[in-house]
Design a protein. Structure first.
Length: 175
């Protein structure tokens, strides 16, 4: 038997087990306010830390925090490198966002620990510097400084290498 497809944006009434799950979730929200407090503390911390590192998070008031990268290509490179570093995010590129305003979508939960958040921030800082998205100087204080990888690129060297790579990848008029 095929799985039933349910459009989450529809006004279809909840079926019995969905209603029961909703009631349990509502009960948890009412009886455990510390979960909401932790969620908002995590969201505020990440917004602040991303901005401190030099990332543009736009205007956000939810635990879903966009990190504006710019071009679609650079956003995919950033997303892929974060994934390789152990951080799962979602790239959002045009036409879902205006051309030149592609983002990395991050989201946080109350169950994320300070160690989880530090891990994400360390990887964003590393990848952001490597790709020239944020300045190269360390701004964030760390308790456990480590060097990841063997190469360091200045923004100028990375820009020049990227231009050369793009020129070789897509030569204009066979030149």
């Amino acid at each position: 038997m095929a799985r039933r497809f349910r459009n989450e944006s529809s006004n279809e009434p909840l079926i019995s087990h969905e209603h029961d799950l909703f009631l349990v979730a509502l009960e948890i929200v009412e009886q455990e306010p510390e979960r909401r407090e932790r969620l908002w503390a995590n969201a505020r911390r990440m917004q602040k830390e991303f901005r401190t590192l030099g990332f543009d998070t736009g205007v956000t008031e939810t635990p879903i925090i966009p990190v504006i990268i710019g071009s679609n290509e650079l956003t995919f490179r950033f997303w892929k490198t974060l994934f390789e570093e152990g951080v799962f995010t979602n790239p959002v590129v045009s036409p879902a966002v205006p051309e030149g305003h592609a983002i990395i979508r991050t989201s946080y939960m109350a169950s994320h620990t300070d160690e989880h958040l530090d891990f994400v921030l360390d990887r964003f800082e590393k990848v952001g510097k490597h790709l020239g998205i944020i300045p190269g100087g360390t701004r964030r204080a760390r308790t456990n400084e480590r060097r990841w990888g063997r190469f360091t690129f200045s923004k100028d060297r990375l820009t020049a290498a990227t231009k050369t790579w793009l020129k070789n990848l897509w030569p204009l008029n066979g030149k």
